[in-house]
Write a protein that binds this ligand. Structure first.
Ligand SMILES: C[S@@+](CC[C@H](N)C(=O)[O-])C[C@H]1O[C@@H](n2cnc3c(N)ncnc32)[C@H](O)[C@@H]1O
Length: 346
């Protein structure tokens, strides 16, 4: 590709450079596709037009270097039939240097082209993976590398933290970053926190770094997630704050000697099945950050169920703060509920 282009330019003294740049950009006269250049004595601005006010300045024809322009979106450069372009997804997840994208059936034939265009339009990305929805107990997914380096492990950065993630064998959602930071902001000094479905431990590490809890117990049943969690705890220097336990959350009351001030239950679709086990490890007053994926019309039914489980286990739920965190499917949401649970007098 030709890296230079001949253009009309305006020459200014170096000490006039900032004034001239401001003037030209306010009047929209600068060519944005070319780089401004300079030598020992002058600065040269590539311009689109020459209004009369610029008469006192030296005008010249000059070669200017082209700016490297990143394509705005992979949709602009992908080579697939035009009639299919409207099927291209507008969003996808980026975990570290890996892009994860779901494609509708009609586009599967063009997965290689789509993968290559995503690589070209995202300079920091090394691998593009085609994914299916998360399934099964460990919330993992079938993955196929469709472009770039053939690896499925990466390091994701979030609020100054670094998480090693194996996108094939562990669950991680970059879209929950703000939620994790919000929860960390609620943790009071010296709290005992239990992260019942910790995964690679992003909630636990965010809390250990941005709050001052006494201890966090990070539980997960998936050995691969536990491996990543241990690595992440070490690399973020919070070994003294988090204890990782490879166990089934429904057994945790038999293992833990301590009771929790705060419990995180991030296991959408199934968290309600573990609510009674959360209450077994709760202090008399506890905050539970409960996550679920629900159709709008199902939220009331689910909270009713949680209240019933609480009652059967000697707790009342005086406060349920329900928030829609992100949409999951039409009229279906990833829901966060901050639950206050209080032991009822016998
Ligand atoms: C949706 S992921 C959440 C991971 C993590 N909290 C996060 O935000 O990235 C749910 C996690 O729960 C774990 N899990 C599923 N069933 C479990 C169980 N019965 N006991 C403990 N962990 C379980 C899965 O392995 C998975 O890592």
């Amino acid at each position: 590709m030709e890296m230079k282009d001949k253009s009309t330019g305006i020459r200014a003294q170096l000490d006039q450079a900032e004034k001239m740049r401001k003037y030209l950009s306010e009047k929209n006269l600068l060519r944005n596709d070319l780089k401004i250049s300079k030598d020992n004595a002058f600065i040269y601005f590539p311009v689109k037009d020459l209004p009369r006010e610029l008469d006192p300045y030296k005008v010249l024809k000059k070669e200017f270097e082209k700016k490297e322009t990143e394509p705005k979106s992979y949709k602009e450069i992908v080579s697939i039939p035009d009639k299919l372009k409207h099927e291209l997804p507008t969003s996808y997840d980026a975990i570290g240097d890996i892009i994860l994208i779901k494609l509708p059936n009609k586009l599967l034939k063009y997965q290689k082209e789509i993968g290559e265009s995503l690589l070209k339009s995202n300079k920091n990305v090394k691998t593009v993976c085609l994914i299916e929805p998360v399934t099964g107990e460990f919330r993992t997914r079938n993955i196929k590398v469709i472009a770039g380096e053939k690896h499925t492990t990466t390091t994701h950065k979030e609020y100054g933290l670094k998480f090693d993630v194996d996108v094939e064998n562990t669950y991680f959602s970059p879209r929950l970053a703000t939620e994790r930071k919000r929860v960390a902001g609620l943790v009071k000094p010296n709290e005992i926190v239990v992260d019942m479905f910790a995964g690679v431990a992003p909630f636990s590490i965010m809390i250990a770094k941005y709050a001052n809890p006494k201890i966090i117990y990070a539980i997960d049943k998936n050995e691969e997630a536990v491996k990543c969690a241990k690595q992440n705890i070490k690399r973020n220097n919070v070994l003294d704050k988090i204890e990782v336990i490879n166990a089934d959350a429904n057994e945790i009351h038999k293992i833990l000697q301590k009771k929790a001030d705060r419990i995180i239950m991030n296991l959408p679709f199934s968290a309600h099945l573990f609510f009674m086990y959360a209450l077994k490890i709760a202090k008399d007053y506890v905050i539970i950050h409960y996550y679920d994926i629900l159709k709008v019309g199902m939220i009331e039914e689910r909270t009713g169920k949680l209240k019933k489980i609480a009652e059967e286990n000697g707790y009342a739920l005086p406060n349920l703060d329900i928030r829609k965190i992100k949409s999951y499917a039409p009229r279906e949401f990833y829901i966060g509920i901050d639950i206050t649970a209080k032991k009822m007098p016998m």
